[in-house]
Design a protein around this ligand. Structure first.
Ligand SMILES: Cc1cc2nc3c(=O)[nH]c(=O)nc-3n(C[C@H](O)[C@H](O)[C@H](O)COP(=O)(O)OP(=O)(O)OC[C@H]3O[C@@H](n4cnc5c(N)ncnc54)[C@H](O)[C@@H]3O)c2cc1C
Ligand code: SF4
Length: 505
């Protein structure tokens, strides 16, 4: 059952075996796994519970309903926007359904650097298989290719660049193109549709609209979670709820999890909680085409190019290239410029296609809980990563031009328009400052990373927080580095594992 604001009464006290905090990819999988072990599970989610009937396909409504801060979160220096979900199902409700496994070489790097004694590749592979089966993961095929994706493929083909179909978790997709605003057709095989309902069939309770404020410890054990129902606008506390549990699993995302652990004053002798943040910052180029493309229609991202991705190989750029598009408000951010010029460009919305360059970042940032509710996100890529982003932007533009664009717009503060690849080489810059380029990130990770050594990580490789007996983490905070690709599958896989570990403890 899902409880929401109208169900809460004063000073409610809840008892359960396992309390999961956050209901996104990691939390829903942990709750699913623990419920399947017949544990009494309670999931605490600070956002509301929506149904597909609430997804009205309007950006103005859906950003406010689904996204943290209505989609307006950014880094402390304002240089990078960070999108995250805040509702039952977390970021899986508005994500684009791309599914990718961790590269074996990257996992080997994690093992070498961080030990991960309890986690082997065979086990991770079996968890991926299990999660993919549950979510109907399958490769995209030709009928899923919309005009925006066709441009991307054509550009890659012309340049001789790698391109490939991605795999997705969808069933009954209507190709409406509204994925990032929630699926009105309930075609996403995500936390909200698959994992949480199956956990609830096994007795799990989901408490929506309830914000986890802090864990209370006695010695090395957490004994209770203090949560509050807050007024949606003023954020004043309306009700307090206390959850007593034998085990706690923190799955509040790579921003929310470290913030909760910090507010709870969890043991952190080596000051690791919240550090090592990676976010996969991305920048996009927009191309104008002679023909009408209607790029907003259809499955948003069916192809990828790993031409410039890779640890050291693949030309060493650490850039993942993907087709991208958005509805008008979202796309407007990729076409900055003076008002009149911006309006002129946006009138050609139906003729636009876009390509994103997402960085497999090596730079690290930090999450800092501030006051009762605020979370500060300090992150700015180092010079080498900024240069990679510029190179990636150039490659995105190159793909668009090779794909038939008559003009490409690069979203610098002083917008740059290019008509030939030759222009692109001449425009090469070597650095940029915050606000020179609109950067967007949707994959925070690494802020409670796993390591066998408490000096280098917050959690051990079972997901348990070092120094605590009954507190686990199950979300992208656990990642040891950035992944260079969509992270949700690994969050689900680790969530299953942590849920089982907590159930067995
Ligand atoms: C626009 C967009 C598109 C994306 N597309 C893809 C894609 O195609 N493929 C892919 O792999 N990944 C994609 N991602 C990323 C992916 O969705 C996330 O990496 C994944 O959902 C992270 O899982 P998580 O469990 O770490 O956190 P989340 O899924 O973000 O869930 C965390 C939950 O915790 C809740 N929470 C936070 N703090 C508290 C608190 N104190 N108390 C109670 N609850 C709290 C939040 O409200 C949220 O619901 C996308 C993300 C975005 C924003
Ligand atoms: S494209 Fe498919 S998954 Fe995305 S919103 Fe439309 S029907 Fe849903």
């Amino acid at each position: 059952m899902i409880f929401s604001r109208r169900h809460y009464r004063k000073d409610w006290m809840i008892e359960c075996d396992i309390c999961v905090i956050g209901s996104g990819a990691g939390g829903s999988a942990a709750a699913w796994a623990a419920a399947h072990k017949n544990r009494n599970v309670v999931v605490i989610e600070s956002g509301p519970a929506w149904t597909p009937a609430d997804f009205n396909q309007r950006e103005s409504d859906m950003y406010a309903r689904l996204f943290r801060n209505g989609g307006g979160t950014s880094t402390v220096n304002q240089g990078i926007g960070l999108l995250q979900g805040r509702c039952v199902g977390g970021s899986t409700v508005h994500n684009l359904n791309l599914i990718k496994r961790l590269d074996d070489r990257l996992f080997a790097h994690w093992k070498k650097e961080f030990g991960l004694e309890h986690l082997g590749l065979d086990e991770l592979t079996a968890l991926y298989d299990e999660a993919e089966k549950l979510m109907n993961v399958h490769p995209m095929t030709e009928p899923d290719v919309n005009a925006n994706n066709a441009v991307f493929r054509k550009g890659c083909q012309e340049l001789g660049y790698h391109w490939a179909f991605l795999r997705h978790n969808r069933r009954g997709c209507q190709h409406s193109g509204f994925c990032e605003l929630g699926c009105a057709y309930d075609a996403k095989e995500n936390a909200m549709k698959v994992w949480l309902p199956q956990a609830m069939e096994r007795g799990a309770r989901v408490l929506a609209d309830l914000h986890a404020d802090r864990l209370q410890f006695t010695g090395t054990r957490a004994v209770s979670l203090h949560a509050s129902l807050r007024h949606p606008l003023s954020r004043d506390i309306e009700q307090r709820v206390v959850v007593r549990a034998r085990q706690f699993i923190v799955s509040a995302s790579a921003t929310g999890t470290p913030a909760l652990l910090q507010r709870s004053q969890a043991p952190d002798p080596y000051r690791r909680i919240g550090r090592h943040l990676r976010i996969h910052p991305a920048v996009s180029a927009v191309g104008l085409f002679p023909e009408r493309l209607n790029s907003w229609m259809g499955v948003p991202q069916v192809f990828e190019s790993v031409e410039y991705l890779g640890e050291e190989g693949s030309k060493g750029l650490r850039i993942w290239l993907i087709p991208t598009f958005a509805h008008p408000a979202g796309l407007a951010g990729m076409v900055p410029g003076p008002v009149a010029e911006h309006q002129r460009q946006m009138r050609q919305y139906a003729h636009m296609a876009a390509v994103s360059a997402m960085l497999h970042d090596e730079s690290e940032g930090e999450i800092m809980a501030s006051g009762d509710q605020e979370t500060r996100i300090a992150y700015w890529p180092e010079l080498a990563d900024r240069r990679r982003l510029l190179d990636g932007l150039r490659e995105a533009a190159r793909i668009l031009l090779a794909g038939g664009a008559r003009k490409v717009m690069l979203p610098f503060r002083q917008p740059v328009e290019l008509e030939k690849i030759h222009d692109l080489e001449r425009r090469r810059t070597s650095d940029f400052e915050p606000l020179d380029l609109p950067l967007l990130a949707v994959h925070p990770m690494g802020t409670a990373r796993m390591s066998d050594d408490p000096k280098t990580g917050v959690c051990d490789s079972t997901g348990k927080v070092h120094g605590l007996d009954n507190v686990y983490v199950a979300d992208t905070s656990l990642f040891c580095t950035s992944t260079g690709g969509p992270p949700q599958l690994t969050a689900y896989a680790l969530g299953i594992r942590v849920g089982r570990a907590a159930a067995a403890a």
